[in-house]
Structure formats: C-alpha cells, structure tokens
Design a protein around this ligand. Structure first.
Ligand code: DOR
Ligand code: ZN
Length: 345
C-alpha cells in the first residue's frame, strides 16, 4: 500500500548546533520542507542577529541536494525588548517567539520568571501578528510532574489568552486531555502541536522491565487516557492541531546518566511514525491535513506544492546514529518502522 501527501512541515524541532547539526538536519531535510527551529541553544537565540547567524549555520550544514527552509524563532527572556520584537517582525526569516518558563526544561534557565516581565513584549507581538510558542508547564517543584501541564493551563495560559485576545498562540507538544479540551474550546488564534512519541507511547514506556531513559522527555509521557485524547485530536481534522515532532537529540551518554536529559530523537522517521499512528487509528485520510496543511495555514505561509510518497514496507532502525563525535539513540532503535519514504516529487 502507498500513500502520497503534500510534503509535510515540522512545526517544532530541535536541530542543535556545532558538529551535530549536519547529522540531525539531514534526517529532517529528507522528510520535511520546512521546520520551526527551537531557540534553546546555549546561549539561547535571543536576538534577531543570533537567529540570522543560526539560520546561516543551518543552511551551510544542509546536504547539497536538500530543499529545506528553516523557520527561525527567538527565545523570550525577561529582558527581551519590544524593539527586538519589532525587528523580528520585520525580519522575514523569524516566524515566532518561544516562551520557556524559567527552569521548565533543557536550556530554559534564561526563560521567563514572571509573565508580568514580558507583558509589553506580548502586546507588541499581538500588534504585529508574531505567534507565541508556549512550553506549557509550571515549574513549581511542589507541583506533581504529571500535573504541570494542567496547572499551567489553569494558572497562566487561560489568562494569557484572555488578556491578549489577538495574540496567536501555539501550545507546544500537548500531552493531556485537558490541553486538548483547552485548545478545542479556546478563542480563535490558538493551536497546538502534537509529537509522534506522545501519540505512540504512554508513560508505561518509560518503565518496561526497568528504567528506559530514551523515552524520557518534557512534558513527560502521560497515562493512556491522555494518549487516546491526543490521537483523537490529531486525527480529527480540526485545523487547530498540527505536526511538531519535538525531535530533541542528546548524546547517548547524556541520556544514559544518573541525571539523564529530556528529549526523544525522532527526526530519522519523523513522518513515518505519524503515518503509523494514523494508520492504526484508521485515519490515513487525515494525515495530510495534520502534517502538511494546518500548520502552514496557522503560520500564514503557503502550503507546499511538492509531494512525498510513503509505502507500507517495514525497515530496520539502526541502534544509533552519528551525533558529532558521539552517537544518538533514535526512537525504535534496533526495531522496525512500518512505513518508508519511496518518493519525493
Ligand atoms: O524533552 C524535551 N527536550 N523537552 C523540551 O522541552 C526540550 C527538549 C530539548 O531541547 O532537549
Ligand atoms: Zn521542544
């Protein structure tokens, strides 16, 4: 069986920097026409000039035959100025601003400590139409790690959406039924990305026969009822939900560690894994809208014209891929994926 879809885009991606960049970028560029590039480098991408330089490094690291456009983002800090936002709005390669609550995840130490510090910046973004991408988890250590997304909706996001009624917001990598409900019922201009690992796995995956660090990510995998709600949302045809892999590579040693890093590497099979999910849900007819239409429409960029054909033929995923001088263990390492790309056109 074969399926041909408009070439997809990845609306949430970590490609890192330096000697690992070319390794991980090749996987994405083979599948996706464009990707929203996360700014959580160390140091983070806080200025338009940083985003410009990072974009140049990405373009230089692409394989020679690649057709791929990185869509850059800025990292919001307490010190971001409305003037910088104005410049971002004028720079055609900057497509959004990312909000990490300080301490929420990898390289989020420079994130926002109090929403009050960024109100003037959000006002400016609202005025010029620059989307805000939100890592939606509270950071308070007393809040249970599995409740942090819901607590963020109740404590911050609902208010943010009300106080900035024209601000376009992407609730990134949603993981819960509550997030699905929030996005479905929210005012216009609110959308969400969903990762393939949250569609494929519940939190049980982290504990099969022992502790499985390669399934650890943030927001952490949730219980099965939440996974079912995510599948329902992704395959519903609702334009508020679209593809964002959140592929987040870390060197094997950084994951298999007494304090392992959060992140699942999925760029090597970014569209194939979603295709499995849609097939299992008997919703292959909804895959193109989720992966190639809703995101482009939300970001107000043209849909892609080229296509990608997948065939239902399984292939073996290597145990690891090169990652600079180290290696990265991908999702399904040493196992198989049921779909493979046979043609791009
Ligand atoms: O699992 C994650 N990894 N979640 C994030 O929010 C950040 C990401 C990373 O950069 O490694
Ligand atoms: Zn991410």
């Amino acid at each position: 069986m074969r399926i041909t879809i408009t070439r997809p885009d990845d609306w949430h991606l970590h490609v890192r920097d330096g000697d690992v960049l070319a390794h991980v970028l090749a996987h994405t560029a083979r599948r996706f026409a464009r990707a929203i590039i996360m700014p959580n480098l160390s140091p983070p991408v806080v200025h338009v000039a940083d985003a410009h330089a990072y974009r140049e490094r990405i373009l230089a690291a692409l394989p020679g035959d690649a057709r791929f456009e990185p869509l850059m983002t800025l990292y919001l800090t307490d010190a971001t100025s409305p003037n910088e936002i104005e410049r971002a709005g004028d720079a055609e390669f900057v497509h959004a601003v990312k909000l990490y609550p300080a301490g929420a995840t990898t390289n989020s130490a420079s994130g926002v400590t109090d929403m009050a510090h960024v109100y003037n910046v959000l006002e400016k973004m609202q005025r010029i139409g620059l989307p805000l991408l939100v890592h939606g988890e509270v950071t308070a250590p007393e809040i249970d790690v599995f409740d942090r997304e819901k607590a963020f909706i109740d404590g911050s996001l609902t208010r943010l959406a009300d106080e900035f009624p024209a601000l376009r917001i992407v609730f990134e990598h949603i993981t819960t039924l509550e997030a699905v409900q929030f996005v479905r019922e929210a005012r216009a201009g609110i959308a969400a990305t969903i990762t393939c690992h949250h569609l494929l796995h519940s939190r049980n995956a982290m504990f099969v026969g022992g502790l499985r660090p390669h399934y650890y990510c943030l927001p952490v995998l949730k219980r099965e009822t939440h996974r079912q709600a995510l599948i329902e949302a992704a395959t519903s045809g609702n334009p508020r939900f679209f593809l964002g892999t959140d592929s987040a590579p870390h060197a094997r040693q950084a994951k298999e560690n007494a304090c392992g890093c959060a992140g699942v590497y999925t760029a090597h099979a970014g569209i194939e894994l979603y295709t499995e999910v849609f097939e299992t849900a008997a919703a292959l007819d909804k895959l193109q809208a989720f992966s190639s239409e809703h995101g482009a429409d939300f970001y107000r960029v043209p849909r892609n014209h080229d296509t990608l054909t997948l065939e239902r033929r399984s292939w073996s995923v290597p145990a690891s891929y090169p990652f600079g001088d180290a290696t990265v263990q991908p999702l399904r390492a040493g196992e198989s994926v049921n779909w493979q790309i046979v043609e791009t056109g």
